[in-house]
Design a protein around this ligand. Structure first.
Ligand code: ADP
Ligand code: MG
Length: 240
């Protein structure tokens, strides 16, 4: 469904991604872990061209994404992203945030988009917050709105960049519960997280990044219990 081949990205002279290969099959849940600064966010951002890769290729459903507006727009309809800091529109209500994509990007009618948004808010347990502004919400609620907004684009894949790391510990569970529901429904997801227990629970595949490369890749059982790479073991010691 998503394939990345030999992806490289520099910021000036800093080589952040040094040739990354990644395959995500339909309904797969791929969890990416690794030290801060290892290039995890940059990888996700390059997959949906929020950052332009310097070289390498991205394929969605077998089709190469070229650096043309048309390709990038259609890519972003299929691959949506949930950010660490939610990135909601502060001057729009919760339901307007969820409706923004369908009405602006896919030109869905307002009536239809309202229906869809209500359904999605119900799914994330926030139907009663439809008409409030994001500032009235807790971090966990904001992130659930962000997930609803992402689902409103009816994407093939959702990329999550540390969806729980800006949250107070007691709010982590409610966001993970929503992601778990999506997992049960067979949503294809790539999740960057430091919640190792969660990774163990949902991951079909765990990828460990360090200094711009993938240093380890395998089942959760393999990576967490019996890693091949010494640096994986060291990283796990720090975060668990
Ligand atoms: P991670 O998500 O694994 O913590 P990032 O992908 O955010 O890592 O960052 C990898 C490296 O790239 C870091 O050294 C970071 O400072 C650098 N970096 C990320 N984004 C930019 C940017 N827009 N401009 C310059 N350097 C950046
Ligand atoms: Mg990051």
């Amino acid at each position: 469904m998503v394939e990345v081949k030999n992806l490289k990205k520099n910021f000036g002279t800093l080589e952040v991604l040094k040739g990354v290969d990644l395959k995500v099959k339909e309904k797969d849940i791929v969890v990416i872990i690794g030290p801060s600064g290892s290039g995890k966010s940059t990888l996700l951002r390059c997959i949906n061209f929020l950052e332009m890769p310097n070289s390498g290729k991205v394929y969605i459903n077998g089709e190469e994404v070229k650096k043309k507006n048309h390709d990038i727009d259609s890519l972003r309809r299929k691959v949506s992203m949930v950010f660490q800091h939610f990135n909601l529109f502060p001057h729009k209500t919760v339901i307007e945030n969820v409706m923004e994509g369908p009405t602006q990007v896919t030109k869905m009618s307002k009536v239809k988009a309202t229906k869809l948004a209500k359904l999605l808010l119900k799914k994330v347990g926030l139907e009663d917050k439809a008409n409030v502004y994001p500032e009235m919400l807790s971090g966990g609620q904001k992130q659930r709105v962000a997930i609803a907004r992402s689902l409103a684009m009816e994407p093939d894949v959702i990329l999550f960049d540390e969806p729980t790391s800006a949250l107070d510990p007691e709010l982590v569970g409610e966001v993970i519960a929503v992601i778990n529901d999506l997992a049960k429904e067979g949503m294809t997801m790539v999740i960057v997280t430091h919640e190792i227990w969660f990774a163990r629970e949902v991951a079909d595949k765990v990828i460990v990044m360090d200094e711009g490369v993938i240093i380890e890749e395998g089942s959760a059982d393999k990576v967490f219990n019996n890693p091949d790479n010494e640096r994986t073991a060291q990283f796990l010691k720090q975060v668990t």
